[in-house]
Write a protein that binds this ligand. Sequence first.
Ligand code: C5P
Length: 344
Amino acid sequence: MTAPRGRVTAPPGRVTPVVRVAPAKLNLTLAVVGRRPDGFHLLHSVMTTLDLADRLALGPAFGPADLLHVVGAGSSPAPDVGPERENLVLRAIAAARRAIRAAGDDRPLPALAVRLEKRIPVAAGLGGGSSDAVAALDGALEAWGVADLLDAGTRMAVAASLGSDCPFFLGGGWAVVEGRGEHVVPVEPPRGGSLGVVLVTPAVAVPTRAAFERYAAGTRPAGAAALASSTHLVTELRAGLSTMRLLERAGVLALANDLAPAAADLVPDLTRARRALSRLLDRPVGQSGSGPTLWALYASKADAAGDAAIIRAALADGLVRLPGERPPFVAAAALVGVPSSVPS
Ligand code: C5P
């Protein structure tokens, strides 16, 4: 069997150094449409990848165990990504090893050392941990030279076993995501260039589980407005929606997140912060995933960068206050339709 084009195939038992980018995601809509018997919620969400991305470098560990070394971007301190053994990157590598064994291949799969450079805020609703896991899964298979041994269905199953957002990151780009997160169908990106976004993440982690628990306990919107907005957006994207038309719908999209009340309940002052940002920027402000990341959409990343600077100045002057003991993460990003356009 030959390896897919562009893949490097290492000799058995050797590790080829591999670098991967792991993009963040943005939920433009997030509707909760039901609950499975196992407790997971059924979703309808339009998601896209961003050019904000973590970076992973995989190489040989020269020892018996896989290793993870987390660093911050540039001179920033390494963020707290939780206990090492529970980290999704190491779990993804272990899952990749098990999947290769289950495929009947018994060649040596040496321990890997991963350097993870975090740029995506942690527990922020931007899918950073899930994206890191998918990049580690893909990177490990390539580092061992066994990428051709797992078909697309098996990769999808392994990704789904790691987390609900993981199947989306196998393809990235613009997609409608349903089920628990495992039904991913690409949709047309809006026409007319990449939209920009300002991301504001208060320094308060919101674990996904906690947000869904609040939702299940009744902290949720009445009615199905988010689902109506979400399905309508998919119809419009399939009909060739332009970026300008999408921007005109930002007010509707900003309201189309069924987990927003749960996040507001978990993070006191999140609603007040959202209103203050909306007033400052004079545009709708939405929430990505289970939060607390807030977003505002722009015609371009350059436009978004201008307003990111305005937010930083307003924070420095005390004109806007956000929840959290530390300063928030404020960044401009582009909504990238094709994952390969994420810069490395
Ligand atoms: O799949 P993941 O590990 O990211 O999910 C974390 C938690 O969020 C789950 O254990 C579950 O409680 C909740 N969840 C949910 N429905 C989803 C995704 C996550 O209830 N579709």
